[in-house]
Design a protein around this ligand. Sequence first.
Ligand SMILES: NC(=O)c1ccc[n+]([C@@H]2O[C@H](COP(=O)([O-])OP(=O)(O)OC[C@H]3O[C@@H](n4cnc5c(N)ncnc54)[C@H](O)[C@@H]3O)[C@@H](O)[C@H]2O)c1
Ligand SMILES: [Zn+2]
Length: 405
Amino acid sequence: MARFTLPRDLYHGKGALEALKSFQGRKAMICVGGGSMKRFGFLDRARQYLEEAGMEVELFEGIEPDPSVETVMRGAEAMTKFEPDWIVAMGGGSPIDAAKAMWIKYEYPEITFEEMCKVFGIPSLRRKAHFCAISSTSGTATEVTAFSIITDYQKGIKYPIADFEITPDVAIVDPDLAETMPQKLVAHTGMDAMTHAVEAYVSTANCDFTDPLALHAIGMIQQDLVKSYNGDMEKRASMHNAQCLAGMAFSNALLGIVHSMAHKTGAAFADHGAHIIHGAANAMYLPKVIAFNAKEETAKKRYGEIADFMKLGGDTPEEKVDLLIAYLRKMNDDLNIPHCIGHYGPDSYPAEQGFVPEAVFLERLPEIAANAILDACTGSNPRQPSQEEMEKLLKCCYYDTEVDF
Ligand SMILES: NC(=O)c1ccc[n+]([C@@H]2O[C@H](COP(=O)([O-])OP(=O)(O)OC[C@H]3O[C@@H](n4cnc5c(N)ncnc54)[C@H](O)[C@@H]3O)[C@@H](O)[C@H]2O)c1
Ligand SMILES: [Zn+2]
């Protein structure tokens, strides 16, 4: 038996934020990040709408990018004090993910972070509060997914919490919020969404319910992402929907090793100057992983279907896979994203000399490969890599060399 779960309600379109006016409850806690929602006036509007709905409102502000376990615990404490019956999380993936984890701790004060991380091990929520997610970036789709990513900074590892219990009750997908994204955020979150859709389509857990969502998202991102990056606000609005469709697909079909590798390389070189931003990592690794997975017949056929849907041409499955890879690489060029870690420079832009020195990469490679294999996303990848294959694949992602194994 398989399960397909989405939020009960999804409000979308310009001005959808107003849906908050129709919420019923006593007390709402709004959870936000570092300030963009306040700066652009969305926080005030959300607060006002909830007050119009007759609710007492309290804010939990300052949730950092890539939120920590400590922030989750602090937020849960604030919730325990205020006792909201609505949690309204607003912003990028970071504040929404943090609020999801706070929600679990608020409902079950005794639960430990380790217990939360047991896959599909969350007890029933909604005894104290319902959850509304309002996204301001166009990539993670956490407003509709069963996931929350929390970082344990002591261990330097990102942990996914995965359970349909944390799929929000209400998602608000209002493109107004995405208009203020800086260009680089558009590029990274957009390629994250493309990766979600492609990985969901070839995942071993794909099904009739997830396939149409994944394909439609891919088609939209193909049409809209680069134009959105270049400032077309109609395309920006369309991308906000497309990433959400991709999220509906991957929340139910799961992902693959592009994400495993992105999770385990993201913070691995932080001592050398920078994180590899999630979306940029996905953008660089996706073409390599397609070449690797396409050695498996079913995956090759499904990549071919994606290429056909994108009208890329090609006669044989092999040609279609090659055209898909070439198309995605061209998108990276158009979005100013490098092709490999070796050229991942300051500010995530392409550079002759990236910030990860070759010797450091090679020294850490065996451990990163081992961690990537153990990542929760590896299980649903269409081809299971050995340690040796994962190391070779990561090397291709460092040097931008061809995957011929
Ligand atoms: N839960 C999931 O299913 C899922 C999926 C993929 C990634 N993630 C996680 O989500 C996090 C990344 O989320 P993200 O990419 O949305 O970024 P983010 O939430 O970390 O935000 C990045 C920066 O963009 C700013 N920002 C957000 N929206 C803005 C806007 N509209 N205008 C201007 N600035 C804005 C924020 O203030 C912040 O400084 C990571 O922790 C990642 O691991 C979660
Ligand atoms: Zn992602």
